[in-house]
Write a protein that binds this ligand. Structure first.
Ligand code: NAD
Length: 366
């Protein structure tokens, strides 16, 4: 890619992934933005996202660097000349973090440290957004729940979601590695005056997600129902999650960048919030309606540590940037369904293994 001075150069680590490719699409719609994707393509299916981005990019405004965030020298090269960094590359699954905590730590903690150091040493003070997780809040035992129809709801009728003042309580190796990175990113903002922002995200869904048994449960459920495969529910399925359309997440990413004088070194909880909270069983029935296909459900014992309810309080982000979620849960399902119709062969290639739902519930609280 030629380095024309009129262009704003943006780095997206993990840019081939679900969120990264949606963000890249949005940035490429800005005629004066060049996007550099740095990704090791370790997530199954994401090469397909790159092929798609290449078809829409045009005019050499998309640069793809295949590399690993654990490689400090490669990261330094990726950060060269950029004004903005969206650091999304990660080991994303709680399940994998439990079986291989060393790799999880290396990718999430050391990988993020490498990006921060490259940004600091560049001397350019690039904007940097880090995608952390609600797993940093642990099991949230303080939020009491009662059963309400087919879902849990908070016992406290004034509950409006979990806000950023919730105490940190890293849970699982994934929670620990992301939480470590989260704190480093925040502190590089304070101590080195890097314009950093941390998003603690709950459940993001939408097109271009190659959801699998390790991460991406909404897409994974939808694809399983469309494929006529059975789904196992662990517990009663009343567990509640708040779901945000990736379109709204990308809007939030742009909003914190545009309001950096206020958002500098800040942390924001982000998810669908109270209006987009839904139980697992309610989501499955919504998928049944969306697809017209019957559910084949199996039940098994609830897994230890599975949070009955997680809902983000996004009011701090709304206050600081004016951001608002705009897409409904129905629109989110429709968008994933449309992605399935257009990319069925690519998606089904990833779905040959059966679905252990409990793993999804466990880590998608992240
Ligand atoms: N999707 C969600 O609901 C959710 C929730 C909370 C946090 N997050 C965070 O958002 C970010 C993006 O998640 P996503 O859903 O798009 O996942 P994804 O798996 O689709 O994207 C992650 C990308 O990172 C790449 N990657 C993995 N290890 C790498 C490494 N060592 N070096 C370079 N690239 C590497 C993968 O190939 C993939 O393209 C992650 O940091 C994740 O932890 C996501």
């Amino acid at each position: 890619m030629k380095g024309g001075g009129k262009f704003r150069k943006v780095l997206i680590t993990g840019g081939a992934g679900f969120i990264g490719s949606n963000l890249a699409q949005r940035l490429l719609a800005e005629p004066e933005t060049q996007v550099r994707i740095f990704d090791n393509l370790s997530r199954q299916g994401v090469a397909h996202n790159l092929t798609w981005l290449q078809t829409i990019a045009g005019h050499n405004r998309l640069e793809i660097m295949e590399g690993d965030v654990r490689d400090a020298d490669a990261v330094k090269k990726a950060v060269r000349n950029v004004s903005d960094i969206y650091h999304l590359a990660a080991q994303v699954a709680v399940t994998t973090s439990v079986t291989d905590p060393y790799t999880d730590f290396q990718v999430n903690a050391l990988g993020t440290f490498n990006v921060l150091e490259a940004a600091r040493q560049s001397g350019r003070k690039p904007f940097m957004l880090f995608t952390s997780t609600n797993k940093v809040y642990g099991s949230l035992d303080s939020v009491g729940v009662v059963v309400d129809g087919m879902r849990y709801r908070a016992e406290d009728s004034t509950f409006r979601g979990v806000n950023e003042s919730e105490k940190l309580d890293f849970h699982s190796p994934y929670g620990c590695s992301k939480g470590t990175a989260d704190q480093y990113v925040r502190d590089y903002g304070r101590i080195y005056d890097l314009p950093t922002v941390v998003f603690r995200m709950s459940c993001i869904a939408g097109p271009r997600q190659f959801g699998n048994e390790d991460q991406g449960w909404v897409a994974h459920f939808l694809y399983h129902v469309l494929s006529g495969k059975p789904i196992t529910i662990y517990g009663n399925g009343f567990q509640v999650r708040d779901i945000l359309h990736v379109h709204d997440l990308v809007n939030a990413m742009i909003a914190v960048r545009e309001n950096i004088e206020l958002t500098h070194s800040e942390i924001y909880n982000l998810g669908g919030g109270m209006q987009r909270a839904i139980s697992i069983i309610e989501m499955l029935h919504a998928i049944e309606t969306e697809t017209g296909k019957s559910l084949q459900l199996r039940y098994s014992a609830v897994r230890p540590g599975d949070q009955p309810l997680y809902i983000s309080d996004t009011s701090k982000l709304e206050h600081d940037t004016g951001w608002q979620a705009s897409r409904s849960l129905t629109q989110t399902l429709e968008a994933i369904h449309a992605f399935w119709r257009d990319n069925r062969d690519n998606i089904t290639a990833q779905y040959e293994r059966p679905l252990p739902t409990a793993e999804i519930l466990e880590e998608e609280v992240a």
